[in-house]
Design a binder for this molecule. Structure first.
Ligand code: PNS
Length: 169
């Protein structure tokens, strides 16, 4: 009986949504909104230690993320260094949330999820699909578009649009 009661008890599920977010796009936001509906707490976590040379400093990325997720009460924005699963464990998270846009994302995501499972089998990677309208969207292409003067309206939140314009003006 005690066992039954324990399994019926709803434990709060914390999920980590990790990434570079350089910068946050409407595709990321779509996934954050979907994740916030499913999980009790969703922690959007900016990775600090990537090899990529970023356009926006971590501080700027955190600031933009905080501004655009301000209306979502169970979403928190944070940063992490080192291994994602170690950060997830430290935060008491059982889930890593990742978005998959097209088949081309799958191979990399599979490798990462399997590697993370190897290091920490207790943490489950959960994949969600963004709205179809954002299935072609990436921070990399948004930056490229902005760099050459293209309009990023509808692809990123207005705040990010303005920050991109400022970077390349
Ligand atoms: O937005 P991105 O660039 O696709 O995010 C990649 C990210 C940050 C999720 C990934 O690089 C990551 O988890 N980095 C932290 C180091 C780590 O734990 N790597 C996976 C173990 S092999």
């Amino acid at each position: 009986m005690a066992h039954l009661m324990a399994s019926q008890k709803h434990e709060k599920v914390i999920a980590i949504y990790p990434g570079s977010f350089d910068p946050v796009t409407n595709g990321h936001l779509d996934l954050i909104a979907r994740g916030a509906l499913i999980f009790d707490t969703l922690v959007v976590a900016v990775a600090r230690n990537l090899d990529k040379s970023p356009l926006f400093a971590v501080k700027e990325r955190l600031q933009m993320l905080r501004a655009v997720t301000a209306g979502l009460h169970n979403v928190e924005v944070d940063e992490f260094k080192g291994l994602l699963v170690e950060y997830a464990r430290a935060r008491g998270a059982r889930v890593i949330l990742r978005g998959i846009r097209a088949v081309s994302d799958y191979e990399y995501e599979l490798q990462m999820a399997m590697m993370n499972r190897k290091v920490e089998p207790q943490i489950e990677t959960v994949f969600m699909l963004p709205a179809e309208a954002y299935s072609y969207l990436s921070s990399r292409l948004v930056k490229e578009l902005a760099r050459y003067g293209g309009l990023t309206k509808g692809l990123v939140p207005p705040l990010v649009e303005a920050r991109l314009r400022a970077k390349f003006s």
